[in-house]
Design a protein. Structure first.
Length: 365
């Protein structure tokens, strides 16, 4: 039997195997140059929350609150660390005066039976206890109504119904601008008219992106495991569809991953038959060195944390009571930011994600 550890007045028994797990998570946090990791348990409401604050150099850290039924706590912590690290890069690469953070709520099995308001109010108190170092917002699994509940307990929240709500349409605008930049750079085309784009995912961002591209005359093929969401795109936008796994084999101009992360792995990259990868998903590369593989294969990759920053730009402007006109310009500016990265990567013969990371790291000092 391992020794007994008290966590917030709760006694748990730890075995030595847990130490290696905790050690490896700590090593991972150290490797990513992390600032803070906060954990909150509340038995009464069923809340288990993790807030990872990566960096505060450019300002208070802003990042979404993800609600997901993680299989294990270490998976949740790892996700929080990975996503917060990317939020720092996202803010820095897109000239935002904020650091990167992420909140992860481990969704309990009995979530539907819990007091929803009490659950999110308790999370709001947790956010408030960090005194403004972390500002929360919408992410997968949460919505603007949840942010309204959180706002009863803390002012450090964006994407409430009063503050613009769901940022996914703005994320989609930025992704469309990024696709236009990639099409201009790689295919020499000034618009997406007639360009064949394969969109993986028909969720909020995928749908919004498809709508904008369809309006501009692009040819679309989509897939999603959610057949209702996919059918909605067929009915409204007349898109072609394919099976989820077949999307990697399509002969198209652009592959746009707008669903899960880590889809750009060794196998999938070798199957791709497109000159461009540009989509909204977070952490698209299953390992950062796969950026080199895309580069070697002559596939132009729009680094995820640059192209998908529209929602963050919007959430930041709303929270800071910034100028919405300026925020719109910044989202449109993703086009120029990416062109700059593409040109520099071509000139230096490096992968685009390496160049984008260099730029972000320079701003993070």
């Amino acid at each position: 039997m391992g020794e007994t550890v008290a966590v917030n007045n709760r006694t748990t028994h730890s075995h030595h195997s847990h130490h290696t797990l905790v050690d490896s998570l700590f090593r991972y946090a150290e490797f990513l140059k992390f600032g803070e990791l906060h954990v909150k348990f509340d038995e009464a409401t069923g809340l288990t929350a993790i807030i990872a604050i990566h960096n505060l150099k450019l300002g208070p850290a802003l990042g979404g609150c993800r609600l997901y039924a993680y299989k294990t706590a270490d998976k949740a912590i790892e996700d929080a660390l990975r996503l917060a690290h990317m939020m720092s890069f996202k803010a820095a690469a897109n000239h935002l005066k904020h650091g990167g953070a992420k909140a992860v709520l481990i969704k309990p099995k009995n979530f539907k039976e819990l007091d929803h308001d009490a659950y999110f109010e308790k999370f709001g108190e947790f956010v408030d206890s960090l005194n403004g170092r972390y500002i929360t917002a919408v992410d997968s699994g949460t919505n603007p109504q949840d942010m309204d509940i959180i706002a009863r307990r803390t002012p450090y929240v964006s994407c409430t119904t009063a503050l613009g709500g769901d940022p996914s349409p703005q994320t989609a605008v930025g992704v469309r601008r990024g696709i236009e930049a990639a099409v201009q750079f790689k295919l020499g085309k000034a618009s997406v008219e007639g360009v064949h784009i394969a969109i993986q995912g028909a969720g909020h961002v995928g749908y919004s992106l498809a709508k904008q591209l369809a309006e501009r005359g692009a040819r679309l093929t989509m897939c999603d495991v959610n057949t209702d969401a996919l059918q909605h795109c067929v009915d409204e936008l007349g898109v072609a569809i394919c099976l989820p796994d077949a999307i990697y084999d399509l002969n198209a101009d652009v592959f746009a991953p707008c669903a899960l992360g880590a889809v750009l792995n060794y196998d999938h990259i070798h199957r791709l038959r497109v000159p461009i990868v540009a989509g909204s998903a977070n952490n698209q590369l299953s390992h950062r060195h796969y950026g080199d593989l895309l580069h070697e294969r002559g596939i132009l990759y729009a680094p995820d944390f640059v192209i998908n920053a529209g929602g963050l730009i919007q959430a930041t402007a709303l929270y800071d009571h910034g100028d919405m006109k300026k925020s719109e310009q910044q989202i449109n500016g993703i086009y120029d930011t990416l062109l700059e990265i593409f040109e520099r990567a071509a000139k230096e013969n490096h992968s685009t994600n390496e160049i984008a990371e260099k730029i972000a790291l320079q701003r993070l000092g």
